[in-house]
Design a protein around this ligand. Structure first.
Ligand code: SF4
Length: 295
């Protein structure tokens, strides 16, 4: 026995009863709002995204508004959400949407995929959650739910786009709106109940249908998963350097940046990578600033 498409109602009922109330899930949220939320939520917890998303929607309620902002304004508003290249790519996407799509986020997956910085997951999430299409959406959480409830494994193995999409597609009923509800319910289940460590199976709406339970809860047998660390990484150093620039309206000297990290080699490498990524610019007199503000 395993989770299958006949469990759609159980999943959608559970979602309707217990889902978190998040601002981007409000029925009045535009496709633009959904797109911004999906970019922000990549590798970033909901609690950190929520205030930033509300701020962005107030400042830039339509793509053309974001497209008109300077890169520096965008990076300041991104704050400490991390992975700041996402912010500039989102501005790039907004520019194309404003210029080529009448300031409206496209609804079909292929057109969404043609936008800067929009990958397979985000394109499908927008199609399903904003435009209520029958479109499988697979993130880490959904892969884990499917691995356990459908395949009876302890956790998901390495990703395989074709197989993962086919697995998710098999759980979606024909009706587009119900399929969209199932897609979001699977994500919520993986985020809140079928979590990576210590799944809360006693609270799970599909406990009776879960293949992992029926298999006797076998341990994960796939390749070891990399442990993500932050302290001491280049990502941390880049964040510290950007913090200095976000906190000032004027360009700063190299000395102001040097105080944030003691390892000069790592610090300089990170500053170079920020310059290469277009997240920092150097002024003609050799100081450093957020892009587009000072020349
Ligand atoms: S019963 Fe447990 S392992 Fe199975 S889907 Fe639910 S939370 Fe995940």
């Amino acid at each position: 026995m395993s989770l299958d498409v006949s469990d759609a109602d159980v999943l959608t009922d559970w979602f309707a009863r217990t889902a978190r109330v998040l601002p981007w899930r409000h029925p009045d949220t535009s496709a633009w709002g959904v797109l911004v939320s999906e970019i922000m939520l990549q590798q970033t917890p909901v609690a950190r995204v929520e205030p930033s998303w509300l701020d962005w929607m107030t400042r830039w309620p339509v793509p053309s508004a974001l497209a008109a902002a300077t890169p520096a304004e965008v990076l300041r508003a991104w704050g400490k959400l991390g992975y700041p290249r996402r912010a500039l790519r989102l501005r790039d996407a907004a520019t194309v949407i404003a210029a080529d799509h009448g300031d409206v986020v496209p609804s079909d997956v292929d057109t969404l995929l043609s936008l800067p910085g929009i990958g397979a997951y985000t394109a499908r999430a927008v199609a399903a959650f904003a435009y209520r299409q029958r479109c499988p959406v697979v993130d880490t959480n959904v892969r884990r739910v499917i691995a356990r409830a459908v395949h009876g494994a302890g956790d998901a193995g390495p990703a395989s786009t074709t197989r993962d999409l086919a697995d998710a597609d098999a759980l979606l009923p024909a009706d587009p709106e119900t399929a969209a509800q199932v897609s979001i319910a699977l994500m919520e289940l993986g985020a809140l109940v079928c979590v990576a460590r210590g799944p809360r199976c006693a609270d799970c709406p599909v406990f009776d249908r879960c293949a992992w339970q029926h298999n006797g809860r076998p341990a994960y047998a796939g390749p070891a998963k990399p442990v993500q660390k932050f302290a001491g990484t280049d990502r941390q150093v880049r964040g510290l350097l950007l913090d200095v620039l976000r906190g000032t309206e004027t360009p700063v000297t190299k000395a102001r940046l040097d105080v944030v990290w003691s390892d000069a080699g790592q610090r300089d490498k990170c500053l170079d990578s920020l310059l290469v990524d277009g997240l920092v610019e150097q002024t003609v007199d050799g100081r450093f600033a957020l892009p587009g503000e000072h020349r």
